[in-house]
Design a protein around this ligand. Structure first.
Ligand code: 4AZ
Length: 850
């Protein structure tokens, strides 16, 4: 990698001198010019003195300010922590802060903490005091907050010292033990000291409430945001729930409603595996909207949990409700790990599909019949890699075959033995949903029973062999095939489905499937009306076909008779060049093809390619997110002017619950990148929603709608319009185009936080119509990857299908389609269907005046 680009600073080598002593300097050509000409006169001396005094007074001022005032600038720092008191036994009275037992122990803890801080030079001067928040079981665990008043500039020293509190306490207690031996044993013995700076968002709120709840057997408690379900939650509020369960139980927190602002920097719920807000015990921070079927359920590792809820000054949402119950710890342990035997079986992380608890460790010992080997397939895999550096999987992981796995990529592992151990480990912070896995025994000599074994070791169904698709990933299922009647025999030995013949895409790889496609003789051009004309007559300025198709799509523009294949200039003259608009060349005599061209430019285009990945911020500045007011993302749209956006008509059809056709229902986000961070986006309401009058809700024909913003937007690098193609604009079969949106990342799945982009290709309409059961109309356009895996999905509807057009000086994106419908998402042989925008340019311009 180029070190200048990898964030490493380029530092030239410095020798003892800053120059190489072996070098000789060239003599100055006119050494006299380098000499001083005159000594300074009187005026110069006065100016010099003045400057000298000025510098001295400035420095004195700075020193006075630094020593007198700056030392008084102090910063309040709050730390929270917990520690185990090993020489005490928990009593029930410790749960009640008003009990004498609590107060006596709290006083002792606070006084010992004070002593510890006073013996620590970096802390003693700034220490203000500590409050003991709670005690829990395990000998006794004490939870506290400590306040420091730190001079500006000293914060880092205090942070570093607090970060090593565990070692400091151990050392001080060791020294004390050595000094006092057994004589003084009245001191509390602290272990497992954990501290972190308190999340500043937790002490900024103007209203703070604290609740404690001890769940009991067979009882389900309720936890609700203030005002729920009748009112939105209040602004500037902090609510904390300290939850406890009986000894030997853990806490289950199960959200059935969760609807907060989508920016976690503003309103959020943070769950801790502790009774205080220690960062190293955070289980998860959540915000935004979760559907009730999302399994938003958390389990603690011990019998305590802290739930914090913080709101900022603005934009308050309905809030949340959660059920709290206690679950015996033993039940949980028996769900985790164990012996698995037989020819096949399944296993999963604890609580799957709910979040696994922190501090979990399980081992599954798999044993299959002695003459067999084992294959483990991880089907779902979500292991938190929050805060992990690189690919180390140093926090939560699954360990198999000596390999640690974490993150979100399911995989297959095999063992050349009849026994295998799979372990799962979660550390003290940040949990996720875990995994499901299946194991199977296989014959060592036949690793893929009843299946085809790929060269890379994968097993695929025999049916997928030689079907034209690269199912193995290494093409080994397609390399030695005898083609069937329903297939094309490519010259290079591959077999491809017959319906790909002459579809304009080189499916074979050697173009065999695209040769000899016309019915015309060699040297002839086939017109769109199937007439054959000599190749020489193409683009000669005369309509030899009779339908103008031999005069369309020419390299250079000629003024020709107007047909549906030609571009119409404003003065009603027509030119025959393919896609002449906004290409940087004046093709129309009136220059109208280069007017209104402030569109389709990507200020932040990156060179990253292939489908289904995060777009970069500003890469698709015309992308819009349509929200139901106060709720989450519903559909996409595209900016076409400072007041108008284009979406799908099916996004704005009323249903029994919501009046989607009404402007007041919607709020529109422009320049949005992350759904959870709208701080940089521009929000607008709507003035008008205009669905195409011919939209057919059964066939999705004419699936296009226009929306007028309630006030115009100013274009920025992140908010810009896309170019509208004229009716003659050609998006040829096989052309690469981009789909973008916040729609589900798999069929039936969730929407992502960051805008996604994927590259797909335009698919021949006849091929597509066959694949889609004849449901296509001329207002529909197909794009996708027929092998499956890349597609638009639920939530992408209304969004753009953007097509890059190379221009003379700069390329631009044109709106080829509007995401409309499909048969599921990313299925093989089921492309996405888009509204053909070229068919609606006239309607759009007429309605909007754009
Ligand atoms: C939808 O429901 C949707 N695979 C959009 C596009 C596609 C499928 C569904 C295309 O919004």
């Amino acid at each position: 990698m180029d070190p200048m680009h990898s964030g490493m600073r380029y530092t030239p080598k410095v020798t003892e001198h800053d120059w190489d002593p072996s070098l000789q300097f060239l003599p100055a050509s006119d050494s006299k010019k380098l000499e001083k000409k005159k000594r300074p006169g009187k005026v110069g001396a006065v100016i010099g003195l003045l400057v000298f005094f000025l510098v001295i007074s400035l420095m004195t001022g700075l020193l006075v300010w630094h020593f007198h005032f700056r030392k008084d600038v102090r910063v309040k720092k709050m730390f929270t922590g917990s520690m185990r008191i090993t020489n005490q036994v928990f009593e029930e009275a410790y749960e009640n802060p008003n009990s004498t037992e609590f107060q006596t122990l709290a006083r002792q803890v606070a006084s010992q903490l004070k002593e510890i801080y006073s013996k620590t030079p970096q802390l003693s001067k700034y220490y203000v005091g500590s409050t003991i928040q709670a005690f829990s079981e395990g000998s006794v665990i004490a939870y506290y907050t400590s306040e420091f008043n730190v001079p500006a500039g000293q914060e880092a020293a205090v942070d570093n010292t607090m970060a090593s509190m565990d070692r400091i306490v151990d050392k001080q207690q060791d020294q004390q033990r050595r000094r006092h031996s057994d004589r003084d044993n009245s001191n509390l013995v602290f272990e497992d000291v954990m501290t972190s700076e308190l999340d500043t968002r937790l002490f900024k709120s103007s209203r703070a409430y604290r609740y404690t709840q001890h769940t009991r057997a067979n009882h389900i408690g309720i936890l609700e945001s203030p005002g729920f379900p009748n009112y939105p939650y209040p602004p500037n509020t902090l609510v904390q729930w300290q939850l406890r369960a009986d000894r030997g139980y853990v806490i289950k927190l199960d959200f059935d409603t969760f609807n907060l602002e989508e920016n976690c920097k503003k309103d959020f719920v943070k769950i801790y595996d502790s009774l205080v807000a220690i960062e190293s015990r955070v289980m998860e921070e959540i915000c935004g909207y979760y559907s009730p079927s999302d399994h938003l359920t958390f389990t603690s590792s011990g019998n305590v949990m802290l739930v914090t809820f913080v709101t900022d000054e603005a934009r308050n949402y309905p809030g949340f409700r959660a059920h709290v119950s206690q679950v015996p710890r033993t039940t949980r342990a028996s769900q985790c790990g164990g012996k698995l035997s037989g020819a096949s079986g399944t296993f999963a992380s604890p609580n799957y599909p709910n979040y696994y608890p922190p501090l979990t460790s399980c081992v599954w010992s798999i044993q299959v019949p002695s003459d067999k080997y084992i294959k483990v397939t991880f089907e779902k895999f979500l292991i938190s890699d929050a805060g992990q550096r690189g690919n180390m999987c140093s926090k939560d992981y699954v360990e198999i075959n000596g390999k640690k796995l974490c993150g979100e990529v399911p995989s297959v592992e095999t063992a050349k033995a009849n026994s295998l151990a799979v372990s799962f480990f979660s550390d003290a912070s940040y949990v996720d949903r875990g995994f499901t896995a299946k194991f199977e025994a296989f014959e060592p000599k036949d690793p893929c029973p009843n299946k085809f074994m790929c060269s890379n070791g994968n097993c695929i169904s025999e049916k997928l062999k030689c079907d034209g698709w690269n199912d193995c990933g290494d093409n080994s299922d397609e390399s030695t095939c005898k083609c069937e009647k329903s297939q094309i025999s490519c010259k290079n030995g591959l077999c491809k489905p017959k319906f790909w013949l002459c579809d304009g895409v080189n499916d074979c790889g050697d173009n065999t499937d695209e040769l000899n496609c016309g019915l015309c003789a060699k040297g002839q051009f086939m017109c769109s009306n199937n007439k054959c004309v000599s190749d020489k007559k193409k683009c000669d300025g005369k309509d030899d076909c009779g339908d103008g198709s031999d005069e369309a799509n020419c390299e250079r523009s000629n003024s020709v008779k107007c047909t549906s294949y030609t571009y119409k200039c404003k003065n009603n003259n027509c030119v025959n060049k393919m896609n002449p608009e906004c290409d940087g060349v004046d093709d129309c005599s009136d220059g109208s093809d280069e007017k209104n061209c402030d569109c389709g430019q990507q200020p932040f285009k990156t060179s990253r390619i292939v489908g289904g990945q995060d777009a970069s911020y500003g890469e698709f500045p015309w992308q819009v997110s349509l929200h139901i007011k106060g709720s989450s993302h519903v559909c996409g749209a595209s900016i076409i002017s400072d007041r108008w956006i284009v979406t799908a008509a099916h996004c704005v059809q009323d249903d029994a619950k919501t009046r989607y056709s009404q402007p007041g229902t919607w709020e529109v986000y422009l320049g949005l990148h992350e759904q959870r961070d709208k701080s940089k986006a521009v929000k607008r309401g709507l003035k008008k929603v205009i669905s195409h009058p011919s939209y057919n809700a059964y066939t999705f024909d004419f699936d296009i709608a226009l929306m007028e913003l309630d006030s115009p937007v100013t274009f920025t690098d992140y908010i810009r319009p896309i170019c509208l193609p004229s009716p003659s604009y050609v998006f040829p079969t096989g052309k690469s185009v981009w789909i973008t949106g916040w729609g589900a990342t798999r069929e039936g799945g969730y929407g992502p936080n960051v805008l996604q982009k994927a590259e797909v290709r335009i698919i021949n309409s006849t091929v597509c119509n066959n694949l889609m059961g004849g449901q296509l109309t001329s207002r529909m356009l197909c794009a996708g990857v027929l092998a499956g895996g890349v597609d638009a999905c639920q939530g992408d509807s209304g969004g753009p299908l953007s097509s890059l057009s190379p221009g003379q000086s700069s390329s631009r994106m044109f709106l080829a389609g509007v995401v409309s419908w499909g048969d599921g998402c990313a299925r093989r042989n089921k492309p996405g269907i888009y509204t053909t925008v070229t068919k609606f340019e006239g309607w759009i311009r007429e309605v909007t005046g754009v």
